[in-house]
Design a protein around this ligand. Structure first.
Ligand SMILES: C/C(=C\C(=O)SCCNC(=O)CCNC(=O)[C@H](O)C(C)(C)COP(=O)(O)OP(=O)(O)OC[C@H]1O[C@@H](n2cnc3c(N)ncnc32)[C@H](O)[C@@H]1OP(=O)(O)O)C(=O)O
Length: 379
């Protein structure tokens, strides 16, 4: 007769039982496995960048009408030359071209995996130029970046600051289509000792003490043509230099899943800041944030809706001051800096603007200068 314990251990056959298979999906077992395995990491830490390094960014991206239209519609950019064949022809284009904003965002998006996927924040960009425009749908972008400088952040020991020069070229012809210099805060593998970035009394004095006073008068251009900007600047200058040409735009765009996560992913921007809420909960922003280029394009879209843009020439001194997250609304403010009748076409003049994007609490989130050719009323 077989007893109970014998039956349990060998099933009465005398052989050892098969070991119980591991249930990898048991929560405790799986948590233990996650703890013990190595993570195949993506992206680079601050220590991985050295001045002069050249990085060629895979996989490249073919600029499509869909990508352009998604970007431009969601950021409220409705310049008819980028939407309608007849309006494009009037501007001298063969067909509605790829907009410089989408070209810039796509050129940057492709670089993220190599440059900033580790979780750095986009701080600023300058010298954004488009030597090869117009660019048409179907063009394949090839993008490469060179490390211009690396620096310690005195205020944030867990980050360093890296600046790259990036060039997006036509993969077929090698023509440079978009180039710029960009600076990000990039996580360090190992934090370093810093001075904490404390502000001294001398710094405060240098920053203006009580702060500068605003002009007494703000002049708003009567319309959106080149002559309207010239007239407004003349009116402000006639006012004993105590006036500025500055105004706000009415439209706002509340950030949602499309602007925060979908638009950056459509440019192959893999920054976790835009699509991984889990990781971002433990970061300076505490949440996923809008891609800087979405914030900027949205503010520029608001500004362009109040002007007759002919052509974008370039952007400088762009800075991202604070985070924009889902639920925040992006508004825009414009200051007109100068206007010159020196555009590449008689149909337009050149205007230099400062644009400030701000949120529902009136906090600046982006600022930058923009040079654009603006259509003449008399053309
Ligand atoms: C693309 C892409 C990612 C994105 O699009 S992320 C979304 C866009 N960017 C943001 O939302 C960042 C907005 N900025 C902030 O919220 C704050 O600047 C931030 C990152 C929290 C840091 O704030 P802090 O108050 O701690 O410090 P500062 O703003 O003074 O800056 C930290 C250090 O960086 C230096 N710095 C700032 N701007 C520039 C610049 N344009 N060029 C060079 N250096 C800059 C600043 O001087 C500070 O240096 P310290 O030595 O004093 O630490 C993607 O993945 O690429």
């Amino acid at each position: 007769m077989t007893n109970e314990s014998q039956r349990d251990s060998d099933n009465g056959s005398g052989e050892q039982p098969e070991p119980r298979p591991i249930d990898w999906t048991d929560p405790d077992t799986f948590a233990q496995a996650l703890d013990q395995v190595e993570t195949k990491e993506k992206g680079n830490y601050f220590e991985d960048f050295s001045e002069g390094d050249l990085l060629e960014h895979d996989p490249g991206l073919t600029l499509t009408r869909w990508g352009n239209e998604s970007w431009m519609s969601q950021t409220l950019n409705h310049d008819p030359a980028y939407w309608r064949v007849d309006a494009a022809a009037e501007r001298g284009f063969d067909e509605p071209p790829i907009h410089p904003d989408y070209l810039t965002a796509a050129t940057l998006g492709i670089t993220v995996e190599d440059l900033s996927e580790k979780g750095g924040y986009f701080l600023g960009r300058t010298d954004v130029r488009f030597p090869g425009t117009p660019v048409y749908a179907g063009t394949e972008l090839h993008v490469e970046s060179e490390v211009v400088s690396t620096a310690t952040s005195s205020s944030r020991p867990e980050f360093g600051i890296v600046t790259w020069r990036t060039r997006g070229t036509d993969a077929e012809t090698g023509d440079v289509l978009c180039s710029y210099e960009r600076t990000n805060m990039i996580p360090r593998r190992e934090p370093v000792a810093t001075d904490g970035g404390s502000t001294t009394a001398a710094d405060a004095e240098e920053n203006g003490g009580d702060g500068p006073t605003l002009p007494e008068t703000f002049v708003t251009p009567a319309g959106g043509y080149f002559e309207d900007f010239v007239d407004a600047l003349e009116t402000a200058e006639g006012d004993d230099e105590n006036a500025a040409v500055a105004y706000r735009h009415e439209r706002g765009r509340t950030q949602d899943d499309v602007t925060v996560a979908s638009l950056p992913l459509a440019t192959l921007n893999t920054a976790k800041q835009h699509h991984n809420i889990d990781v971002m909960a433990d970061s300076p922003s505490g949440d996923i944030v809008t891609y800087g280029d979405v914030t900027r394009s949205t503010a520029l879209g608001h500004a362009r809706s109040d002007e007759q843009t002919w052509r974008e020439v370039g952007f400088d001194d762009e800075q991202f001051h604070t985070f924009v997250a889902a639920g925040d609304t992006v508004y825009a403010f414009t200051r007109v800096l100068d206007a010159e009748d020196d555009a590449a076409t008689d149909a337009a003049g050149t205007v230099r603007f400062e644009h400030i994007a701000f949120n529902q609490d009136d906090e600046p989130v982006y600022s930058g200068t923009r040079t654009a050719e603006i259509q003449k009323r008399t053309a």
